[in-house]
Design a protein around this ligand. Structure first.
Ligand code: GLY
Length: 374
């Protein structure tokens, strides 16, 4: 009994005090309690003289900001800039308003922007920082599972153009990323599923054991461990380090996103928006189906993917008559070349192929299959 208690105690201490560090493209990702991370020295040494600007939305303002400000005295006089939450607000006109506020406050080029929030905050906050006076430094403190395992790492910043996702933006890397899972305690269940979709994607494209472990953990506990978050971040980071500007293998990270983004865009125009991860889950299923139909993915593996997505994610409903509009959105996908829709397809669980041409009739058939099969 003493041994068990001791090992539990040691684990708790390690979790509290041990921060794991991952090297990325000229910056560092730290996973563990932000209280024990290098954030303190960053504030008091590197950016000692800089004005700190914390970008939040109404949710992170309510649930996360106080924890940050009361933990770091250097933030007591930080300027707080609030952006409206939601993908529908990830638009350039909001950025312009923020640049006007920055200008009104006479912020100089030495400010440090701290993005405290989910994917919309790191995408838009990163863009705001990267273009203000030709670029100021920023750090990301992701507060959702999705942004921890995906959006906050890898240097993609941007906004949507109308409904077209991330149509305007640039690759711009943060100075550091601090992933502290304490913030996950503030999230609702659908936000955990939102991030699980990207973790499953990481497994499907390059690491079958990650796919298995994430599934097993989520199916039995309806949550996810810090170790699996760490693994997922490592998977994404390894790909991004090799191909930061998405000329080649980084495209793998877009598996599930040709269909996923198109659905998300389509629903942005309507009342009932869908979360990014839910769109990606449908995308994973439909793009696996296409992989199977093209003879790339064997039936057993396809059924495994289908079973997992059916079990975790509710059906995203759309009418058969809407399919042509959804495909029309795919014509603007960033991976396309020479007017051809390009997808990432699965060869097996853990292996994928980039730059695969898929015809509109194949996509049309797959979307019909999805509606009938779910
Ligand atoms: N979300 C995919 C990427 O960062 O490349």
């Amino acid at each position: 009994v003493i041994n068990i208690n001791l090992s539990w105690f040691v684990k708790l201490i390690l979790k509290k005090y041990f921060v794991k560090s991952i090297k990325s493209n000229n910056y560092q990702i730290e996973i563990g309690s932000i209280l024990n991370s290098s954030f303190q020295t960053l504030l008091s040494n590197d950016y000692n003289k800089s004005k700190k600007v914390i970008i939040v939305d109404e949710n992170t303002k309510e649930y996360c900001l106080e924890y940050l400000i009361t933990s770091f005295t250097e933030l007591s006089d930080a300027e707080i800039i609030e952006l409206p939450s939601g993908e529908e607000n990830k638009q350039l006109d909001i950025c312009i308003q923020i640049w006007e506020v920055f200008t009104e406050y006479c912020f100089d080029r030495n400010i440090l922007v701290i993005n405290l929030g989910g994917g919309v905050i790191s995408d838009m906050g990163g863009l705001i920082a990267s273009l203000y006076k030709r670029g100021v430094h920023f750090v990301n403190i992701p507060t959702t599972l999705l942004s921890m395992v995906d959006a906050s790492i890898g240097g993609k910043t941007g906004v949507d153009l109308g409904v077209y996702k991330n149509q305007v933006g640039l690759f711009s890397f943060p100075k550091r990323v601090f992933i502290d899972t304490i913030f996950l305690t503030t999230l609702e269940a659908n936000q955990i599923k939102n991030g699980i979709a990207e973790m499953l994607k990481h497994g499907l494209i390059v690491d079958a054991s990650h796919w298995n472990e994430v599934l097993k953990c989520y199916q039995s506990t309806h949550s996810i461990t810090d170790d699996l978050i760490y693994q997922s971040v490592c998977i994404k980071n390894e790909i991004v380090e090799k191909d930061p500007l998405e000329k080649n293998i980084r495209k793998k990270l877009n598996f599930g996103h040709t269909v996923g983004h198109a659905l998300e865009s389509y629903f942005l125009e309507k009342e009932n928006h869908i979360l990014h991860g839910y769109g990606v889950a449908v995308g994973i299923l439909i793009e696996s189906y296409i992989s199977f139909k093209l003879g790339l993915l064997e039936q057993g593996s396809f059924y495994e993917v289908r079973g997992a997505i059916h079990q975790i994610f509710e059906k995203v409903n759309f009418a058969k008559e809407e399919i042509s509009k959804i495909i029309e959105i795919m014509r603007n996908d960033k991976k396309n070349e020479n007017g051809q829709i390009k997808m990432i397809l699965l060869k097996s669980i853990g292996i994928c192929l980039i730059d695969q041409s898929v015809s509109e009739s194949q996509i049309n058939e797959a979307l019909h299959w999805y509606l009938n099969d779910y």
